[in-house]
Design a binder for this molecule. Sequence first.
Ligand SMILES: Nc1ncnc2c1ncn2[C@@H]1O[C@H](COP(=O)(O)OP(=O)(O)O)[C@@H](O)[C@H]1O
Ligand SMILES: [Mg+2]
Length: 426
Amino acid sequence: MKILVVGGGGREHAICWKLSKSPSVKKIYAAPGNAGIGTIAECVDLAIDDLAGLADCVEKNKIDLTVVGPELPLTLGIVDEFESRGLKIFGPSKEAALIEGSKAFAKEFMQKHHIPTASFRIFSEHFEALDFIKSASYPLVLKADGLAAGKGAVICKNVEEAGETVEKIMVQKVFGAAGLKLVVEEFMEGEEVTVMAFTDGKNIVPMVPSQDHKQIYEGDKGPNTGGMGAYAPANIITARLLKTVCEEILEPTVRGLASENRTYKGVLYCGLMVTGRGVKVLEYNCRFGDPETQVVLPLLETDLAEVFNNIADGYLNIDEIDWSEKSAVTVVLASEGYPGEYETNKAIEGLDSVKADTELVFHAGTRFEKGRFLTGGGRVLNATAFGEGIKAAITNVYQLVGKINFDGMYYRQDIGWRAQNRIGLY
Ligand SMILES: Nc1ncnc2c1ncn2[C@@H]1O[C@H](COP(=O)(O)OP(=O)(O)O)[C@@H](O)[C@H]1O
Ligand SMILES: [Mg+2]
């Protein structure tokens, strides 16, 4: 098989790495890829939203299967475009990708299909939203309806903050058309966790639960980022709780999508809040999470290319997917200043001393110049390691981090702290 992976971050590097282990994969292409992906795949210089260009590339190179990393091409309808041209692709159709593309749609979908989530109201007129927030209780969560690069959800402490947020999203339209509608949600208290699942639109196989660390500083302080690290399995989701998540969330979601004729062959990502009153959905994503994928896929023991191919053909064999018993942790190595301003083009040292297979370094924002890797983004690398249990995995990953260096390298030293605190509680 020849496979094209669309995207160019740490998530796509992890997907390409896993595919490179598959005996049935002859060649991997990535669009646009990155410097790390370039060591195992051929990078083609195409933008992720150039749907026609990507399809042309697949036809020209006789690529058998395309796998989509980011949400943008999915919400633009890449799956529909490819299938109309007879090209095989792994991902949800445009109509199904709406569960991520529109938060208003997702909330109404959950309500309709009795899937537990925070109570909400949807507004398309700013003065109605302003009126509502006056009598709401706080904190209150306000979200732009459409894609906003992870910046469209704001937790407001009081009516003043909520008013400013309505103004920004609906009047100034800082997220453009994504702010035509506003979702106002009840604030949920609890711990966040991610459960992703493979689905062919009928069957589902949950992946190992994982947990991201969104804030820039230790102890989950400071502004949100694209994710500073992750671990799996997330032990807050016990086997019993995972069964509940399957029955109350994953299965009704896939059934609901099918009942609305929204074809979903891909990865369903559920961002969950474990509250005192059960597990509720924070949001859906219509693809793999980043950085969760960097810890989940390394624990997959099944041939990923086969899984992708079978799902794209519409048939997921639920007995075929196996997971390692180990734990995995990934630590994001970022440029000093991120998520604000930062410098790039710093030489990265130590990559040669990484042990093959037990230590993995996925590239998120790097470039390759004159024989060496340079920093090229805010999140630069994802250092990933394993262990028998979370404690060992944490020790191993920080040993790996210690080998790597670049000028201004910043990382959180407490990735996995919640899991470590929980050891012994069960
Ligand atoms: N109803 C809620 N209650 C508490 N926290 C929330 C709620 N909705 C969102 N959040 C917080 O805001 C973050 C971003 O919201 P989310 O819906 O995931 O939007 P996006 O990832 O598209 O920015 C979540 O990860 C969570 O920390
Ligand atoms: Mg989110």
